[in-house]
Structures are given as C-alpha cells and as structure tokens.
Design a protein around this ligand. Structure first.
Ligand SMILES: CC(C)(COP(=O)(O)OP(=O)(O)OC[C@H]1O[C@@H](n2cnc3c(N)ncnc32)[C@H](O)[C@@H]1OP(=O)(O)O)[C@@H](O)C(=O)NCCC(=O)NCCS
Length: 189
C-alpha cells in the first residue's frame, strides 16, 4: 500500500524505474552522498538489486519511488535501511532536479518519518550527509534533525574537503513537532 501525501505518493519500485534510478545516481548533483563515485552505475546493477530482493516478513529496509500525486511522474527515491526493530533506521533520498524546491522532498521525508515512528515504533531515525550539501542539511533540519556527529574534513569531493555529518531525530522530538499525533509507546526516559 503506498504512503500518500498531498503532493507525492511513495510507492514500491517497478522494473521500469531502474533506468531512472541509475540516471539519478550517475548525475553528480543528484547523487550527493560521499561514497557514490565514480558515476558508472548501470541499469543492470539496479535491476539485479531489484530482482535479488527476497520475500521477508522481517525486512531490514524499505525502498520507495516518489511520484507526483498530480501527474504520476517519477520524481525520485527514498528509503530506510539498517532497521533495528523498534529502535533505529537510516533514511536517504534523492530527487530529480526538476522537482527541487517544489516541496516534494520535504513531504516524502515526512511521509517516511511518520511511517517509521508511528508504524514501526522507532526511537531514532538517522541520516548521513556532508557539509557541502546545504540542501540536504536544510531539508533534514526542516524535519527536526540535528547534527549528532560532525567528523571534520572526513570527505573529499569535487576537489574540496567537507565534514561528514551524522544527523538524527529522536522519537520525542518528532512527536513534539507533530502534536496532532499520539505517541502510544512509553518513553524510555
Ligand atoms: C536533498 C534534496 C532531496 C532536497 O530536496 P529539495 O527539493 O532540494 O529541498 P528544498 O528545496 O525543500 O530545500 C531544503 C532546504 O534546504 C535549504 N537550502 C536550499 N538551498 C540551500 C543553499 N544553497 N544553502 C543553504 N540552504 C539551502 C533551505 O533551508 C530549504 O528549506 P526552505 O524551503 O525552508 O528554504 C535534493 O536536493 C536532492 O535530491 N539532492 C541530491 C541527493 C541528496 O543530497 N540526498 C540527501 C542525502 S542525505
């Protein structure tokens, strides 16, 4: 069942998305992570990852395609990985430049956070980015993420040194920002 917002829908991956995922990954602006060079990913690599996914009642990750609610157009991808049940997961997203600044990324991020905190009951959601990616840092801060760890000059990219940033959002911080949602899991504090 897709996660639905006002602007975007997060749906499962389809084989025809693989060519677009490879294109986003090979674009130096949209593959903004520190460990994604060189930009020589192929559709076949993505197809293998897609086909290699096994059925599981206990998945450790979830990957979604972001589509425009209005047109159905492919806009990017968002995922959580490294799930520790009821504890933590790490999110990542990449959005086609055509949709930067439209609110698609922010809504996709909020839809996934709501799922992770209210359905999976996580205590903390993490993400990784770097100081040379102000849009990613800005987007994360918009949802309430804070910089938990800054590794200074840990990343060399575009011929420059950047700080590696580990950002996190705690369960109580998420619910404090969403007073309309009720937290039914007791606090550990
Ligand atoms: C990161 C990404 C998903 C953000 O999507 P976006 O549509 O560009 O995000 P927004 O336009 O909502 O910008 C987010 C915030 O960044 C900040 N921001 C944008 N450009 C900025 C700049 N040049 N300098 C400083 N802050 C900036 C703003 O605070 C903005 O929030 P606002 O709308 O309240 O002003 C998108 O840029 C992307 O796919 N980038 C490549 C992949 C990537 O970096 N993924 C994240 C890795 S964790």
């Amino acid at each position: 069942m897709p996660l639905e917002g006002e602007l975007v829908i997060l749906r499962e991956e389809h084989p025809e998305d693989m060519v677009r995922l490879a294109a986003l990954r090979n674009d130096l602006e949209t593959q903004a992570w520190s460990k994604s060079l060189p930009p020589d990913y192929t559709e076949n690599m993505y197809m293998k990852r897609f086909q290699g996914r096994e059925f599981s009642y206990d998945p450790k990750e979830g990957r979604f395609i972001i589509i425009s609610r209005e047109t159905g157009e492919f806009a990017g991808s968002i995922s959580y990985t490294g799930l520790h049940p009821r504890w933590a997961a790490t999110i990542g997203l990449m959005v086609d430049k055509k949709f930067w600044g439209t609110g698609f990324a922010a809504e996709a991020q909020e839809l996934l956070l709501k799922f992770l905190f209210t359905e999976l009951g996580l205590r903390v959601v993490r993400l990784f980015t770097h100081s040379g990616n102000p849009r990613a840092v800005g987007l994360a801060k918009k949802a309430g993420f804070q910089i938990g760890i800054r590794q200074r000059q840990a990343i060399f990219k575009n011929g420059e040194l950047y700080d590696n940033l580990s950002m996190d959002l705690l369960r109580e911080e998420y619910f404090a920002r969403h007073p309309q949602l009720v937290d039914n899991l007791p606090s550990l504090a």
